[in-house]
Write a protein that binds this ligand. Sequence first.
Ligand code: AR6
Length: 177
Amino acid sequence: MKEAERGEARLRLEQGDISRQQDVEAVVNAANARLETGGGVAGAIHSAAGPELAEEASQYAPIEPGEAVITGAHKLPNDFVIHCLGPVYGRDKPEDELLARCYRESLRLAEENEIERLAFPAISTGAFGYPKRAAAEIALQTVLEEMPELDVVRLIKFVLYSESDLELFADVLENAV
Ligand code: AR6
């Protein structure tokens, strides 16, 4: 299953590159604490946005696991980047709560900034080592729980990098609804 609805909000799973999303006002970055460029999602977002992104973000650094901050999107085809620091699996505890907080905080910032459409990557599932199925369960459950409460956000996309990650998220979503 690749779509779900709660209240007036829609959730959609897609395969793709988070730095090339034309149909959302905000993309969420799987950030590092210093809000600098890096590998994976952060590397793709910073290289597409240009060095001004790290310059703007640096005023908020460092951030803590579970925390999110918002900046402009510079050369990305979006208006905002929401930078969230996920937990490092096995180090930042309780990792399930910190990962859920990432999604909740990002949605709170989206609401505050009147963002109707945003895209998440699978936070913490790359360099930070969170097992993908467990991370997908937390991500989808947290977002589904928040959706009925949203006043502004109408579309939440999960942009998964590989076909197999998309299938995994679709399987988890099937069992969550
Ligand atoms: N678009 C969508 N998903 C992607 C992309 C992309 N362009 N690139 C990778 N993924 P990661 P983390 C997937 O490592 O685990 C960075 O170096 C990837 O397959 O980006 O939160 C930062 O600087 C994986 O499933 O984020 C931090 O130090 C998921 O996105 C650290 O990594 C997240 O992988 C953050 O680690």
